[in-house]
Design a protein around this ligand. Sequence first.
Ligand code: SF4
Length: 732
Amino acid sequence: MNRRDFIKISSLFLAGSAAMSTQIGRTFSGTGNALAGEHAEKVVHSFCEHCFWRCGIAAHVRDGRIYKITGSEHHPLSNGKLCPRGTGGIGQIYDPDRLAHPLIRERKGGQSTYRKATWDEAITLTAEKLYQIKEKYGPQAIAMLHHGYGYTFFKEMFKSFGVNKFAKPSFDFCCGPRHQGYILTYGHSAGTPEGIDIQNSKYVIFFGTHYGENMHNTAVQEISEGIRRGLKIVVFDPRFSTLAGKAEKWLPIKAGTDIAMMQAMMNVLITENLYDKQFVEENTVGFDELWAEVREMTPEKAAEITDIPAEDIRDVARRFASFAPSAAVHPGRRTQWYADGTQRVRCIAILNALVGNYKMPGGVVKYEKYKLPKAPHHHYPEFEKEIWSQYPLFTDIKPSNTMASHEVMQQTMNDEIKAWFVYGVNVPETVTLGRKATLEAIDKVDFLVAVDTLPMEVTGYADVVLPECTYLERYDDLDGGRPYRTPFVALRQPAVEPMFDSKPGNEIARMLADKLDLHGVFEDSVEEYLDKRLKAAGSSLEEVKKTGVLLGEPTDLYRKPGEKLTFKTPSGKIELASSKMREAGFSAVPKYIKHPEAPEGYYRILTGRKPMLTFGRTANNRFLNELPTARENDIWVNPEVAKQHGLTHGEYVHLKNQAGVVSEFPIRVKVTERIRKDAVYMVHGYGHYFKKLNWAYKRGASHNQLISQTEIDKAIGAVGFQNNFVTFIKEA
Ligand code: SF4
């Protein structure tokens, strides 16, 4: 047994099915009452926490209970609509498996157990341990891993304590390359929402982006509306995705060859003189270096690499140019697949630059932020280093993080990090280095605190579990740092009181600050703090509470005739050849690198999302997971592969990866022509092994468990995991 063994939290410490069933029953009966209009209704405007898009929500409350959640009509990212996960927030607040009390790990008779603790006990123990670790090893021995939006008060507390190691797994495999690839090329991020003017686009190319399955509300609304008005879509994807079903062309590209494909498209644009010469001459640097790199990548050569016929490559490049500047290549999401994610995103940015679509209707646009004065903060001690990452071009976008999350794992294995404070991220099932490597790191940690709403796998390894209330029961900091078409500041506010013995993160952080003698970090109550910030922005908490949002003037999106463009790159121009990449010792222009092939009888694992499931937060949501298509994941297998392995549609198999790791739970086979013969596909986020997640436990197979091989992008520290391959073990 490991030193840090996994504890199966007793149901005594959870919200309890019986009590919660009553709540849910009352919730549903409330819906009936709402229709009858018998009771006064309160509508609270806030923002969603089921993914980072953070749409505006309207929580409908009666008799102290939320009975439905709808899209806020005031918030620019919702436009009165939500994706399924947004409406399903009610399944999170009334989840019978919720953590109800603080828990402290104890060892009795050689066995670890949890005991129910008071908040004072749990906070005192946490403060004592953090203090001891800081005294003994220095503040750099403490790291915070986080996801979601409630972490900001903890971050303020930790920075005041001298801790400056922050990491979020989503940087590693999702947003890191898309931000950095764009920043290196244009001097600004690709944005969330992405700076693509889909509302006015005529032609958009996607590389493996699964809109419609990966639901980002505003983008899906814009794409749907675009399709209605005749937007042409091209999808390069080894799998026929939902979006591919809406495309004029689906091109089943061989996984791992996007850079070759995009180089060939550049080759066509340049050879056939289809690029915007004037724009490139006036606004870019590095054209000759780029041409030297892509001149050999003819469509014929790319066809051999990508499995896409040369005439299709020429056709897409020509049509892209013909619709430009109202055409774009979409930057995508979850952009780190191999070790070359940053350069792959740079290819996307370069293709856009070549057709001169920058700040043009239907092209790449740069949204503005609401001019919200920065949050006042406490005096921070001098930090030894601002950025802890060893990777030369690591910079988080805000920057809210100082290292990649796999670096937290590595520094833990090297005994440099001794304590983890984990906020809202189910680390063992979150792709960084895979489940096995993550558990080895967890086993080395001296002290682990988990703040969460549900008993996720990570809480089973914690020394202290601090139950946070859900996003529907608390204030968080303002959402004010994101650029958009209409700049905005959004307010998260409680729709109902916190249930059980859970508390808002801002209050937990305040309690910890007090115990750590960090006086003055949180002088104001959270309402006073928010009011001060909103007053500095020309409004007030009272005012913004009414709609949940404060709107600015719409962004001036488009270039004026003759406007001189400047970019925040070292050259002040769009860098087709990146000077920063060159200085850091990498190729200044993207190069195609061949990735490993699957061993005989194995298939590359591709992964994605379902519309009802995002992160751990939605995994146990009974309202979402009761939908038949959401209950478990399937393994998509091409019919020829199925025949070769004797698999039938609907049967259950175990998956075995190239390192011999076998999936703990079986997965259902989906035999379909919609996947190439050299790959299989499964949705991430299933196969939970924590029994206290009553709805999620043992449903489908875990993708994270099958990751044994990772590649690190040496420029920015992102982690690719697509060089993992599986074969099938039939059930006995
Ligand atoms: Fe919530 Fe869906 Fe919007 Fe994400 S896209 S914030 S899950 S409503």
